[in-house]
Design a protein around this ligand. Structure first.
Ligand code: 0O2
Length: 237
């Protein structure tokens, strides 16, 4: 080959990369299971779902290399493992701000989840208006021949924060990271409006909950039979 790398060397690199990335894929699957359990338990016990949507992504090798370049870290797998903490990423979207902290608390309480860092961009939004709660956690992954401790970045935000972040992300790349000042100003304004909407919706939800609680107590005394939810018996299929 012209670049001086033989096919067998490329194959070895591919196997090494796959071996390196595999625990991150499993860490995402494990965290997704944890989140799914919380979601279902909440739905059955409290008849309410604090989690609207969950997505995940594995950082691409190109994106990992870009970040290493940008931050000036070493290129060894060891250095990547210790320094790039968002190779496995999970994004949780909640309806209300209070749900964000509830979900974050429930995840942090789990025995095998170690919280490494937490950044609260809701209490302290970024200067551009970005809001979200970020957690870096470490979880054990049991492979056939070893136990690995893998970092996972969890971003938890409301639907409004997510809407804002995805548009800002698109604009950022559309303008090649140089957003015109008037758009920056409008984005900032939109972030403030989104935060106001979040607070307003939460207030309405709290009022509705109070009403629900008083009518629930009445309903309970009027019921003479107890049923399990249908999808509980069919294991949610
Ligand atoms: P991707 O593709 O989403 O993974 P660093 O990760 O080192 O650049 P830091 O301080 O370690 O920065 O991480 P931080 O502040 O916790 O933010 C990391 C991730 O949060 C970003 O990942 C974005 O997903 C999201 N984020 C942070 N700030 C903004 C922002 O201003 N706007 C938007 N839309 N998203 C943001 P990546 O690596 O950029 O990309």
């Amino acid at each position: 080959m012209s670049v001086g790398i033989r096919i067998d060397q490329l194959k070895d690199m591919k196997v090494e990369l796959l071996r390196f990335m595999m625990p991150y894929k499993f860490a995402i699957e494990e965290m997704m299971t944890k989140i799914n359990i919380l979601k279902q338990e909440f739905k059955y016990i409290h008849d309410y779902n604090p989690i609207e949507h969950v997505s995940s992504r594995l950082k691409s090798p190109e994106s990992i290399l870009n970040k290493i370049d940008r931050k000036g870290y070493g290129y060894s797998l060891e250095s990547i493992k210790e320094n790039i903490l968002d190779i496995a990423g999970i994004r949780i979207t909640c309806s209300y701000i209070s749900d964000i902290y509830k979900v974050s608390e429930m995840l942090q309480q789990q025995k095998d989840v170690t919280v490494i860092a937490s950044k609260d961009y809701i209490k302290n939004p970024k200067p551009n208006g970005y809001q979200s709660l970020h957690l870096i956690v470490k979880i054990p992954i049991f492979m056939s021949d070893r136990e690995e401790h893998i970092y996972v970045e969890i971003q938890i935000r409301t639907i409004a924060m997510d809407f804002w972040a995805s548009l800002e992300h698109k604009i950022y790349y559309k303008y090649n990271k140089e957003i015109p000042q008037h758009m920056k100003d409008e984005l900032k304004e939109a972030a403030v409006t989104a935060a106001q909407l979040d607070r307003k919706m939460e207030k309405l939800q709290n009022e509705m909950n109070k009403l629900k609680e008083s009518s629930k107590a009445e309903e309970f005394y009027n019921e003479d039979r107890v049923f399990l939810p249908y999808d509980f018996l069919t294991l949610g299929k």
